[in-house]
Design a protein around this ligand. Structure first.
Ligand code: ADP
Length: 573
């Protein structure tokens, strides 16, 4: 928030700076152009004034050399009539206000009109004429408000000395009228700072000054001077006909001892500068808005990307958690399966226990009676017979040992993975384990073990568990009625197939037999919990094999276990 405010402030200051710079530059450029044009106009106006005065100056000098003028000054007794007429005609022709001829004392001896100002002797220009130079002066008649330029030319005697002066008085109206109404304000000020000639009536006889309280007779126009760049600008309060702000230009005119000045209204320059500054500001603001919009869009995009990244991270986290949960569940499942396998085995052992105890009891009893017999035969001194009995004891003990070994192997929890297993040996051991049960059920086993081992991939104990289960189920299916269990192995295409077929009642619901806890047997009887086949299914599948059960057309059920043949066995075959 603070950063954005700071950026905005910076941008606004920059915009203000640029706008100000453009305004300043444009104003200065425009003022320079005005100054150039105004300077030319002022020079022209000055030249024009000088040009016009030049006419009167030449007229005065020529008139002073007129023979009639010289004659009159040399001979005061001579009639002035002719000279008066000459001066009147010349004044009319040149639109001079007054022409007069004086002697060296300043006394008028001839004039263009009757009412002439006769106080000339004391004036500095008269003194100059008496010295033989051309006198020049400007003066104001405060009674009438009229302004005059005055020339005084010496009248020389043929031998050299000045004998009189010819004085010409020219009304400024005669020169002003020509350039009135021009757009540029031009005025010429004397050394006293009062405007003497101007093309604006408002300015005539006005003192343009910073100071108030000047001489009473002066009209005063207050003005302030400012310097704008290299230009002098005046602030004026001069009524509707004068600009409020104007460029002030000056040009010295030493010939007439005056300063030409010009005032050029700077309003157009100001307006142009303002327009350019406004345009610069608009461009800056527009660019700023564009940049701002782009930045906003980028920010929104970044926010969206961040949100998406966060959502992604959350999703990934959830996936990881779910994966962990799944793998935990998998581990649990695997442990539960292993426990089930073991439980299934224990259940099978339980089922077999009755038969097994009988199986172990029977040889024990037999061993007892053979031992007694052997004792009797030894007493009767018939050692051959005793030895025969002892031999039988030894056979029986070996048989018991084998049964116990099988039991131990069956009960063992198999931890190792897969090895090459001889299916024939597995079937033999399973038959031996279940022999007692099968016999008590009156079941015949049809099994001709092949002479060579049939090697498959799997775990020996678990595979034995599967076969024991199949044999037990077959015995259950034929309980009481006797029957035959047929075992066959075959091999084709890298797979070994074992079929266990019985002549029992057949499977009631072939689709459900592998479901856990599916059982048609009474719970609590010697039978299990409907887990045998589902455990077998899991075991065979873990070996990469298949197990299936179906009813035979001739009656009874047939179960098929298919396993990968061991490659070593395949080579040996
Ligand atoms: P249990 O033997 O404890 O019932 P199983 O999973 O081993 O559990 O068997 C499930 C069911 O499959 C048995 O209850 C039985 O109905 C059927 N079954 C299995 N083997 C045979 C067979 N050889 N003949 C007929 N039915 C069978």
């Amino acid at each position: 928030m603070i950063r954005r405010a700071a950026t905005l402030a910076l941008f606004l200051s920059l915009t203000a700076l640029v706008t100000g710079g453009v305004w300043w530059r444009a104003l200065n450029d425009a003022l320079s152009r005005l100054e150039e044009r105004g300077g030319a106009d002022l020079a022209l106006a000055g030249d024009r004034l000088l040009g016009q005065l030049q006419r009167y100056r030449e007229m005065t000098v020529l008139m002073a050399r007129h023979p009639e003028m010289l004659a009159l000054t040399l001979d005061p007794a001579r009639s002035a009539e002719e000279a008066d007429r000459l001066l009147r005609n010349t004044a009319d022709m040149t639109r001079s206000d007054e022409l007069m001829l004086t002697d060296t004392q300043g006394r008028v001896i001839a004039a263009s009109g009757p009412e002439v100002d006769r106080q000339r002797a004391a004036m500095p220009y008269f003194a100059r004429a008496m010295q033989g130079a051309l006198g020049f002066h400007h003066e104001t008649d405060h009674a009438t408000g009229r302004r005059y330029f005055v020339y005084a030319a010496p009248v020389f005697a043929p031998e050299g000395p000045v004998v009189g002066a010819l004085i010409a008085r020219i009304d400024t109206e005669a020169v002003e009228v020509i350039w009135r109404g021009e757009p540029i304000i031009v005025f010429f000020t004397g050394e006293d700072g009062v405007v003497f000639v101007s093309n604006r009536d408002e300015l005539v006889l006005v003192r343009l000054d910073l100071l108030s309280g000047s001489a009473d007779k002066d009209r005063l126009l207050r003005r302030e001077e400012r310097i704008v760049g290299r230009h002098a600008v005046w602030d004026l309060d001069g009524g509707p006909h004068l600009p409020r702000r104007a460029l002030h230009l000056t040009r010295e005119l030493p010939v007439i001892e005056m300063t030409g000045e010009a005032l050029v209204d700077i309003m157009p320059a100001e307006r142009q500068a303002q327009l350019q500054a406004l345009m610069a500001a608009a461009i800056c603001l527009g660019l700023g808005a564009l940049v701002y919009a782009l930045a906003e869009r980028r920010r929104a995009l970044a926010v969206r990307l961040a949100a998406e990244a966060e959502a992604n991270a959350r999703l990934e986290g959830r996936v990881a958690e779910r994966t962990r949960e799944l793998s935990e569940a998998n581990d649990q499942l695997r442990r539960a399966q292993a426990e089930l396998v073991q439980a299934g085995k224990l259940s099978a052992l339980g089922q077999m226990s009755a038969g097994l105890s009988h199986e172990l009891n029977q040889p024990l009893m037999a061993i007892q009676s053979y031992a007694e017999n052997a004792g009797l035969f030894l007493k009767r001194e018939a050692p051959e017979r005793a030895a025969e009995n002892l031999g039988r004891i030894s056979d029986l003990a070996r048989r018991m040992g084998r049964i116990i070994k099988n039991l131990r192997a069956f009960a063992r929890q198999e931890t190792e993975g897969m090895t090459d297993v001889d299916l024939v040996l597995v079937i033999g051991a399973a038959l031996e384990l279940t022999e007692a049960r099968l016999r008590s059920a009156g079941v015949t086993v049809d099994w001709l073990p092949p002479a060579r081992p049939v090697l498959v991939r799997g775990g020996e104990v678990r595979l034995q568990q599967v076969v024991v289960n199949l044999l037990s189920n077959a015995a259950d299916a034929m309980a009481g009625g006797g029957g035959t269990i047929t075992l066959r192995t075959s091999k084709s295409g890298g797979r070994v197939r074992l079929t266990v077929a019985d002549t029992g009642a057949g499977i009631a619901e072939p689709d459900r037999i592998f479901d856990p806890f599916y059982s048609t047997k009474e719970v609590g009887a010697s039978e299990g919990m409907g887990l045998g086949l589902s455990i077998s299914y899991g075991i065979v599948q873990s070996f990469g094999g298949t197990i299936a059960g179906r009813n035979r057309e001739s009656g009874g059920a047939e179960f098929t276990v298919e396993l990968d043949a061991a490659t070593r066995g395949a080579k040996a075959a």
